[in-house]
Unconditional design. Sequence first.
Length: 188
Amino acid sequence: MESIPAPTPAMSEESKAMVVPQEAWNYEPPKDAVFFMFPNGDKHRRIFSPPQVLDEEEEKKINEFEDYLKDNNLSLPEGFTLRDAFKHLVVTDDNKKAYEGVIFQHETLNKLRPVNQDGLESLLQSGMFYFCNRDKNYRPICILNLKKFVDQTFTDEELTRFTVLMFDYVCNNCMIPGKIENFVVMVD
């Protein structure tokens, strides 16, 4: 199994090319990778970025959210797009809660970034949580070894920093917007 390299400071494009298989750049995700389909016919979007085309209902929800922002004299934080906010809207189906989610995400992550890696060495080397290989849709596979997790000693603050560090790494270096925007978790 091919292991995805451990987190490092910002990777060069050459390094990223080694982490993302060349064939993934030409990959067109099938419908079941773009949407999770429920047995009752409902669907949950998993890939949001262009070139993915939003359907009429999704566009309507984004427009209603944009109107909510204008009507309440609100704006998205720098770096957030309406499609980013739509991820929150998909989960909450409520404009106010979606906006609150965006703000909470932005403020929380801004407090943690850049992630201070001091004291995280043992967690990074423990093997309790790592990315290894990819599934058929090129999504990185995350392995969570519960025994190793339980055996570790860490504070909530250290676990939070570790989690953000790992997710930032995989999101920044192993994803392709519009093609690969999530990962698979396997619990060992």
